[in-house]
Design a protein around this ligand. Structure first.
Ligand code: URA
Length: 210
């Protein structure tokens, strides 16, 4: 991936995102849409993966056919909302390795603090896709990618559903080597750190906790 920011403006993605934004969409509906949209976003974020060839026999003849090259991808979910995107992507890439990063915001310093970190081995040899539906301030995404780089990851992509300009700026400054793929870039963050117009709290909406 070379371009730093990719906005997936496919009509199906945009249509589903509008339905997800609507405040009256049910938890079940939101979850179904998130699963569907994550398949389409996964298609985009995996564009340009390296291929090699495998010698196979079709019922007609032998051929050298394209097949993914290299070690299995690593999908890293930033808890908890990342799990909603993760489930759909795993349907498309079932052999991917999976990691989880849990961060909370320290009320005194407002800095992200790690409470859970479990990632696949040999990250330095894998393409690593970090998933979190909402790129808001960018603080947790930047902290998660800091940790992954410390674990050796070198080839990282970031996948989200919605991004705020503030989060894109923060990520671009901290990790200019990490391409961002999103379905939309919204207007701004409000005083509570929510994306405007956004879709509300992605975790609450997908897990029905509000
Ligand atoms: N996280 C969310 O779930 N929603 C926002 O708007 C911002 C961060």
């Amino acid at each position: 991936m070379s371009e730093h920011l990719t906005v997936v403006n496919h009509p199906l993605v945009q249509h589903k995102l509008t339905l997800m934004r609507e405040k009256d969409t049910s938890t079940a509906g939101f979850r179904r849409l998130l699963r569907e949209i994550s398949l389409l976003l996964a298609y985009e974020v995996t564009r340009g993966l390296d291929l090699t060839t495998k010698h196979i026999e079709t019922p007609i003849c032998a051929m050298d056919a394209p097949i993914l090259d290299g070690k299995k991808l690593a999908l890293i979910s930033i808890l908890r909302a990342g799990n909603g995107l993760l489930d759909g992507i795993l349907e498309l890439i079932p052999a991917a390795r999976v990691g989880f990063i849990g961060l909370y915001r320290d009320p005194a310093t407002l800095k992200p603090v790690q409470y859970y970190y479990k990632v696949p081995a040999e990250l330095e040899e894998r393409i690593v896709i970090v998933v979190d539906p909402m790129l808001a301030t960018g603080n947790s995404s930047v902290a998660a990618i800091d940790l992954l780089k410390k674990s050796g990851a070198r080839n990282i992509r970031f996948l989200c559903l919605l991004a705020a300009p503030e989060g894109i700026k923060r990520m671009t400054e901290a990790h200019p080597d990490v391409p961002i793929v999103t379905a939309a870039v919204d207007s701004h963050l409000n005083a509570h750190g929510y994306i405007v117009p956004g879709l509300g709290d992605a975790g609450d909406r997908m897990f029905g906790t509000k």
